[in-house]
Design a protein around this ligand. Structure first.
Ligand code: MG
Length: 345
C-alpha cells in the first residue's frame, strides 16, 4: 500500500465549544493511494496538527510502502518520537491513521468492522449520554439511552460531597435501580475531594468517576483506584499505546476511555484494547458513538460494549451512525462508511 497524496484542513462548526477542542480541534485528513482509493480520517490539533501532517508526517507517509496501516503508524510514531509522544502529534497521527485505515478497508471492499473480526455484527450497540441534571438524565433514558453520565465540572474544584450526592440521588430516583449512572469531574478534583464524594455516593450504584484529577497525576490515580469505593475512569486525554500501558502498569484506572481521534487512531485503539484485556480493564471509548470508534467497540468488546453519544456540533460527515430507540447502528462500510460533506471542503 502506497499513499500518493495527503491533505489536511480544519472545518468550521456552528455551535462548537469555544475552547481548545475547536482551536486545537477537529481536522479532516484525506489520503489517496496510488491505485486511486480515497480514505477519510478525523484527527485533532487544529492548525498545529495540520502543520505536523504537512511537514513531518508527510515525510514518512508519502515515502513509505507498507502492507497494512500498522506500518505507516509505526513509521509516524518512530519519526516523531523525540518530541511527539503525547498531545498534538498523536492527535495529528490519529487523523492520518484513520484515513489510511479507511482507504485500506475500501481497497478490500470491506467495512473496518469486518477487518477486526469474523463474528457477525451486533444489530445495535447500547449508548450512554452525557447530561447535566436529573431532568436531562430522564429525557436521555426516554430516548433510548442505556446509561447517563452526569457532568459535574461546574461545581468547581472542591464541591461539598452532599451537593454531588443530592444530584446523584435525584438522578437515581428518577431512573430507577437498573440504569447505569456515571460521573465526570473533568480533572477538577483532588484525592481528598474524590474520596469524600465516593463515600457520599457509595450506595447509589455509580459505575465510575471519570477524570477525578488531572491526567498526568498518575500516583493520585493509583491511590484513588486502590481506595475509592467507586471505579475510576480515565484516558480521554492519554495518548498512544505506551501511555495506556503506563496507566495499566500503575493500576491507575478501572476503565480506559481512549479517544480514537486523539490517542493515535485505530492502530493505537486496537493495542489499547489488548492492553486492557491483559490487565482486566474495561474500555469505553470517548465519543464512541461517532463513526470511527464504533467498529472497534462492536468487534473488540463482546461483553460490555457501550458507546458515548456523538457530539451534536460534529456535522462535517455523511454516514454518522444512526441512533434509534434501541441503540446505535454500526455503519456497514466500506471503510468507516463516511464521506465529507461538500460544504466542509
Ligand atoms: Mg470526560
Amino acid at each position: 500500500m502506497k499513499i500518493k497524496s495527503m491533505t489536511a484542513w480544519q472545518p468550521g462548526f456552528k455551535n462548537a465549544p469555544g475552547d481548545w477542542r475547536m482551536s486545537l480541534g477537529q481536522i479532516l485528513v484525506e489520503v489517496e493511494t496510488t491505485d486511486g482509493t480515497v480514505g477519510v480520517g478525523v484527527g485533532g490539533g487544529g492548525k498545529a496538527g495540520i502543520h505536523v501532517i504537512d511537514t513531518v508526517l508527510s515525510e514518512c507517509v508519502l515515502v513509505g510502502e507498507y502492507e497494512t496501516p500498522n506500518g505507516f503508524h509505526k513509521a509516524m510514531c518512530d519519526h516523531t518520537s523525540f518530541y511527539g509522544r503525547k498531545g498534538i502529534v498523536p492527535m495529528a497521527i490519529s487523523g492520518v491513521d484513520l484515513a489510511i485505515w479507511d482507504a485500506y478497508a475500501k481497497t478490500m471492499n470491506k467495512s473496518v468492522y469486518e477487518l477486526l473480526t469474523d463474528l457477525p455484527a451486533p444489530a445495535v450497540l447500547p449508548m450512554y449520554q452525557t447530561v447535566f441534571d436529573d431532568e436531562e438524565a430522564a429525557q436521555a433514558i426516554e430516548s433510548g439511552k442505556k446509561a447517563v453520565k452526569l457532568h459535574v465540572e461546574r461545581f468547581g474544584d472542591r464541591p461539598e460531597p452532599c451537593v454531588i450526592g443530592d444530584l446523584v440521588r435525584a438522578t437515581r430516583k428518577r431512573l430507577g435501580a437498573d440504569k447505569a449512572i456515571m460521573l465526570d469531574a473533568f480533572g477538577r478534583w483532588d484525592v481528598e475531594t474524590t474520596l469524600r464524594i465516593a463515600d457520599e455516593i457509595s450506595d447509589a450504584s455509580v459505575d465510575w468517576i471519570e477524570e477525578p484529577v488531572r491526567p498526568d497525576q498518575l500516583d493520585e490515580y493509583a491511590y484513588l483506584s486502590a481506595n475509592s469505593s467507586i471505579p475510576i475512569a480515565g484516558g480521554e486525554h492519554e495518548y498512544l499505546a505506551e501511555g495506556f500501558d503506563t496507566l495499566a502498569n500503575a493500576k491507575a484506572v478501572n476503565v480506559f476511555q481512549p479517544d480514537i481521534n486523539w490517542c493515535g487512531g485505530l492502530t493505537s485503539l486496537i493495542e489499547i484494547y489488548n492492553i486492557a484485556k491483559r490487565a482486566g480493564i474495561r474500555v469505553v471509548p470517548h465519543r464512541g458513538g461517532e463513526p470511527y470508534s464504533l467498529p472497534a467497540i462492536a468487534a473488540l468488546d463482546r461483553n460490555s460494549p457501550l458507546a458515548e453519544s456523538a457530539r451534536s456540533w460534529f456535522t462535517c460527515l455523511d454516514g454518522m451512525p444512526v441512533v434509534q430507540q434501541s441503540g446505535v447502528t454500526l455503519n456497514d462500510g466500506p471503510g468507516f462508511g463516511v464521506a465529507i460533506k461538500p460544504s466542509y471542503r
